[in-house]
Design a protein around this ligand. Structure first.
Ligand SMILES: [Zn+2]
Length: 457
């Protein structure tokens, strides 16, 4: 740690010396990014690499590659052995062994620099590092080539180009701001939705390149710094202020109009789902909130945009209040956004009218059972039973004194709008704006008010 602090100080001094005042060193983009494909529990013991033009074998020091040897073999197997990582060709001939890590790039350059890792094609190279008896597999790829894959995964490449360009800028900002997200795992970002969805060239089409190429080096800034840009699929009529989701206030992550989004027609734009009491109880217990058997789920407070701000779950042993994003993530097998209502589900209740219809022959009035009195030969009395039965001798109707006999609580029904965290840019909203004629800069400045589009270097 001492060493690291020393290095940071040295870097700061260097930066102060090199960059004149007014130049924003914060906007420096990485040339390459390191994307974790397989790691931790998903780390493999071996991977098969394929490249039509053969490979360069060497070593990655972070994002820098140094070459040791070239081979025209089109298929290599990288495996974890007792003494470290070994590389063999398709016939089993060993090219290298006992390595702690190995960097392998396809023999090609520019956009043609592609290789397959276990059958899935990626741009750039691969860095395999020993981790116990398995290997962490990282794709080291040009920033914009990574963005080809991200933009096409995060939005369909068939969408309007201005929506894709807005997405490209968002994704570029995101990766640059979050370069240290997986620092302890040995890479920058993972390839899952935890960071940004990325699956190499698999979903790329001819339309995937221009939105990235035409915005290359463009970033959104606020107050002289790179803005932290967030986006999610759909958000209903308005986006949400970040303070109601993650708790902190950010001047450009406030609630804005999202009326260009056609929420009703998008996947999970309008959703509903149910949980049984047992399921809710299990989820609570598994997440470490043992309130006993869940009896009640109640929204205590909504934001001005109709999102749940506080929600209480009550069980046989106590209750627990959840706030902000926690209200969405708690039951996220059902709740797709923070904008929802929750209602109890009762079974076995009596579906009978609670009011009695009375007529004097000309007018008809409706009266609740509890307000009725009985007149009989012995006098007047209130209705004391829960049910009364009225008969004309032919038909017979039963009325309940209670509003309804609700029966037994069996679960909860959730009805909601939008899909995702609802902070920043709605992807379907951006699509709608692009189709309505707005360009990508207008889209970005709408969802991130007060930011500037600038060229990074
Ligand atoms: Zn991640």
């Amino acid at each position: 740690m001492q060493k690291r602090i020393g290095l940071c100080l040295l870097l700061c001094v260097l930066l102060l010396t090199v960059y004149p005042l007014g130049v924003h060193a914060d906007y420096t983009l990485p040339q390459f990014v390191r994307i974790g494909l397989m790691y931790g529990n998903g780390a493999p013991k071996s991977v098969v690499l394929e490249s039509v033009n053969g490979f360069q074998i060497g070593k990655y020091d972070g994002r820098e590659f140094s070459l040791n040897q070239e081979t025209d073999k089109k298929k290599l197997t990288v495996s974890m052995a007792e003494d470290g990582i070994s590389i063999a060709d398709a016939t089993g001939v060993m090219l290298a062994s006992a390595l702690k890590s190995v960097g392998i790039k396809p023999n090609a350059s520019g956009k043609e620099q592609k290789l397959k890792i276990d059958g899935v094609e990626y741009r750039g190279g691969v860095d395999c590092t020993a981790d116990g008896d398995r290997m962490t597999v990282v794709n080291v790829v040009f920033l914009d080539h990574y963005l080809y894959g991200v933009v096409s995964r995060e939005m369909s490449a068939s969408w309007h180009k201005n929506a894709l360009k807005a997405q490209a800028v968002c994704a570029r900002n995101y990766v640059t701001v979050h370069l240290d997200k997986h620092a302890s795992d040995g890479f920058d970002l993972c390839s899952g939705v935890h960071c940004q969805a990325y699956s190499g060239t698999r979903v790329e089409t001819e339309q995937s390149f221009a939105p990235v190429d035409e915005t290359t080096r463009q970033v959104l800034t606020y107050g002289g710094k790179l803005a932290e840009l967030y986006y999610s699929s759909s958000m209903g009529e308005r986006t949400e202020d970040v303070k109601h989701v993650w708790g902190n206030s950010v001047p450009y992550l406030i609630s804005v109009d999202n009326s260009y989004e056609d929420t009703a027609s998008v996947t999970n734009g309008i959703w509903s789902g149910t949980l049984t009491c047992e399921e809710a109880t299990t989820i609570m217990r598994n997440k470490g909130y043992d309130v006993g058997d869940v009896k009640k789920i109640e929204v205590l407070e909504y934001t001005e945009n109709g999102r749940v701000l506080k929600m209480e779950v009550t069980g046989s042993k106590g209750s627990k209040v959840f706030q902000r994003e926690g209200c969405r993530t708690l039951f996220n097998t059902v709740t797709k956004s923070q904008a929802f209502t929750v209602k109890p589900i009762y079974e076995g209740g009596q579906k009978i009218p609670s009011d009695v219809q009375i007529t004097d022959g000309t007018k008809t009035g409706s009266f609740p059972v509890s307000s009725l009195v009985i007149l009989s030969a012995t006098g007047r009395s209130n209705v004391t039973t829960a049910l009364i039965t009225v008969s004309d001798g032919v038909t017979q109707t039963t009325y309940s004194k209670k509003k309804a006999d609700e029966g037994t609580l069996t679960g909860f029904r959730f009805d909601g709008t939008g899909w995702g965290h609802s902070v920043g840019m709605s992807q379907y909203g951006a699509k709608g704006m692009a189709e309505a004629g707005f360009d990508y800069v207008e889209i970005l400045l709408h969802y991130f008010p007060g930011t500037n589009l600038e060229n990074a270097y």
